[in-house]
Design a binder for this molecule. Structure first.
Ligand code: 5GP
Ligand code: ZN
Length: 114
């Protein structure tokens, strides 16, 4: 946990979020500024700054996030038509929140530039 991290605060309930799915290790919630009809963020409750900081002991957790993405897609009703899962890293990746998160985007036809 990082005291001043926005997504740590959402993960431990200090800040509100519209939850889609939650278990002991992962939280999925609606993005506050959606770029598509479905725009969900999946985060580990453990503070990891980005994909670059994933450690060997996090491998099972990262796999579990992918299983949670399946569940979130089902809850959101996008699994039939398809969707996108992406994580931004650093400056050129336009990462703005430095707590690992995966965007699950769908509900419309996506282009590669979104
Ligand atoms: P990034 O740009 O780091 O890949 O994505 C950060 C995402 O977090 C953005 O899509 C932004 O809209 C979302 N976001 C930022 N602050 C909040 C917040 O307080 N609540 C929620 N639900 N999403 C947020
Ligand atoms: Zn954090």
């Amino acid at each position: 946990m990082s005291a001043d991290c926005l997504f740590c605060q959402i993960a431990d309930g200090r800040l509100p979020a519209r939850k889609v799915y939650e278990d002991d290790r992962v939280l999925a919630f609606h993005d506050i500024n959606p770029i598509a009809p479905v725009h969900i963020l999946l985060i580990p409750k453990k503070h990891i700054a980005s994909l670059l900081e994933i450690a060997p002991e996090d491998k099972e957790l990262v796999g579990h996030i992918h299983m949670c993405a399946q569940k979130a897609a089902q809850v959101a009703g996008v699994e039939q038509d398809g969707f996108r899962v992406v994580t931004n890293i650093g400056k050129n990746g336009q990462q703005t929140v430095f707590h690992l998160h995966y965007h699950l985007i769908g509900g419309r036809q996506l282009r590669w530039d979104m």
